[in-house]
Design a protein around this ligand. Sequence first.
Ligand SMILES: NC(=O)c1ccc[n+]([C@@H]2O[C@H](COP(=O)([O-])OP(=O)(O)OC[C@H]3O[C@@H](n4cnc5c(N)ncnc54)[C@H](OP(=O)(O)O)[C@@H]3O)[C@@H](O)[C@H]2O)c1
Length: 286
Amino acid sequence: MIWFVTGARGMLGHRLVERLAATGHQVIPAPRDLDITAAEDVDRALASAGADVVVNAAAFTAVDAAEADEERAIAVNGTGAGNVAAAAARHGAAVLQISTDYVFDGSATEPYDEDTPTAPVSAYGRSKAIGEAAVLSSGARAAVVRTAWLYGPGGGNFVSTMLRLERERDVVQVVDDQVGQPTSTDVLIDALLALAPGVVDGSMLGCYHATCRGQTSWCGLASEVFRLAGADSGRVQPTTSAAYVRPAPRPAFSVLSHRRWSEAGLPDLATWPDALRAAYPGLSAD
Ligand SMILES: NC(=O)c1ccc[n+]([C@@H]2O[C@H](COP(=O)([O-])OP(=O)(O)OC[C@H]3O[C@@H](n4cnc5c(N)ncnc54)[C@H](OP(=O)(O)O)[C@@H]3O)[C@@H](O)[C@H]2O)c1
């Protein structure tokens, strides 16, 4: 199976290319200068790639900046995702479109089912919801793979920030009223590897949630990072979203159900504490 990966220099994309290559898969990282908003360039790239599956890991991911430039966010996350899927459809490739918990408003109290109608509250979330719809209506064999609270080597992310702050500060204040499922890039990649054959053969299409099992708050995640780093987790103090206002509103409850994943008979993904330990083996205080 030949994989084509857009956003191949991003946190997820670079790790996916690395993992695929290390496990003997044929992988083509999209050229550095391939802009997914340029439909003809995307078409040309996929015409020559001969890929079986395309992972669209390219995205405008600056959640707060998207509030001030929603047009650009939609161009990349909406139109761009549609360009990738349409070209994949023309050239016979299946598509794995990476999406996000931010397509939901976060007002739920039970995990969001895959079929729950989207209701994003931020420009980034709206742009990703547009991308999901564009991919699913493109005519390509496609799965939308929603993940959340992503971290991993080689990318700026919450976990790497907490590790830095642990070294720099005595105390950090972290919001405790947003709940979600921290997910490592490696666990998401496990999910993509498990799902891809079913998307290629057309038996597993539509929306899937690929997040770690369990749930915690950002404060809970930060405390576990400190603990694993051998630091006193009491140095992580809870605060509220109201005390830490940012341009884009964040969903308060971002827990995604794995109903379709389980029904498809796919293997359970790791729990978030296990994934965190596996992602930073050098840290483990256990
Ligand atoms: N990070 C999270 O917490 C999180 C949570 C849920 C879902 N996701 C989703 O997971 C996927 C991967 O995210 P990530 O964290 O790996 O993001 P990332 O590190 O920001 O990587 C995104 C990549 O897309 C590239 N890109 C941006 N605009 C592009 C365009 N017009 N054409 C081609 N490439 C473009 C970026 O290149 P430049 O850097 O050169 O701009 C970057 O390499 C995205 O779909 C994101 O929405 C992320």
